[in-house]
Design a protein around this ligand. Sequence first.
Ligand SMILES: [Zn+2]
Ligand SMILES: [Zn+2]
Length: 343
Amino acid sequence: MSELRKDPLLDRWVIIAPERDRPPQATYGAAPAAPEQPAPCPFCPGNEHLTPDEIASVRRQGGPWDLRVFPHREPALRVEGELEPRAHGLLEQLRGLGAHEVVVETPTHRSGWADLGVEQVVAILELWQARQRDLYQDGRLEHVMIYKLHDPSGRVGGWRGAVHHSHSHVIGLPITPKELQGRIERSLTHLRRTRRCLVCDLLEQALRERERIVAADEHAVVLAPWASRFPFELRLAPRRHQHAFVDASRPEIASVARLLVDACSRLRVALDDPPFDLTLHSAPNPHPHRPHPFSGKDVPLAWHWHMDLVPRILPYDGSTDATGLHVNPTPPELAAAHLRGLA
Ligand SMILES: [Zn+2]
Ligand SMILES: [Zn+2]
């Protein structure tokens, strides 16, 4: 059974999940195989028996399926039970309560979003909305985090990238992650100071200055953040102020899908299909059982959902991990100009 522990010095929760310390072949139940006989892909059609039962699926064309979602076979968190908060002196602890789901994004093995086409990415984003809506009915969950790792050639390595079939993770958490907390706190400070939304103001300035814009249409914008931590780091945000991803309309989702497929295609040409992380930063649960600073009435005014797309092209740097100080050799203005210039 996993648990959450809070570091009082860092003010950061960590999931301690001992059962996930397994070789990659065991993660989804596929049999360990000799190198010359690779294990079957558990996400390919025909291998559904290798995954837990579906929570939901999308079937558009009468084929096996277009999208599937099921619980992670070895979840970092589980839905059963209660949080049982405890403390030993300064050290806080919660039971590992939550949800961990896997979305298989296509029946076709080894396809990135650049290949999937806009219609399929619309279906993925709508399924993300449906899962977030559903999980937010559980007031024990404070935040539903959604992310994907695109790792076409296994360059990022490790067990996290072990299944090279396009998929994403939906994780319902009993806490709000530190990174999101910080972004919301800074947005609330900006609101108190100016009565305006920080992301709306950042979008407005970027659109006025133009040089960090990669692509934009009537509903959404993709830009290189002013202080990009990594080369070719991108941020996508809707133009209309909205705090919750689940509130994005059908035309807005279509626009986000178009811009994401476009960004993935540009990165593929510019950087030879790099591995990247895509993370959705949306509002926490508006109706949690335990009220918290991120469910206040000002949050819908202050917060503006967005996604970060971070190519993993620099080698791991321990000093960045230790200090939180990033050194980025590629100015975001150059990255944006290069991506804009690609056909
Ligand atoms: Zn596959
Ligand atoms: Zn806004």
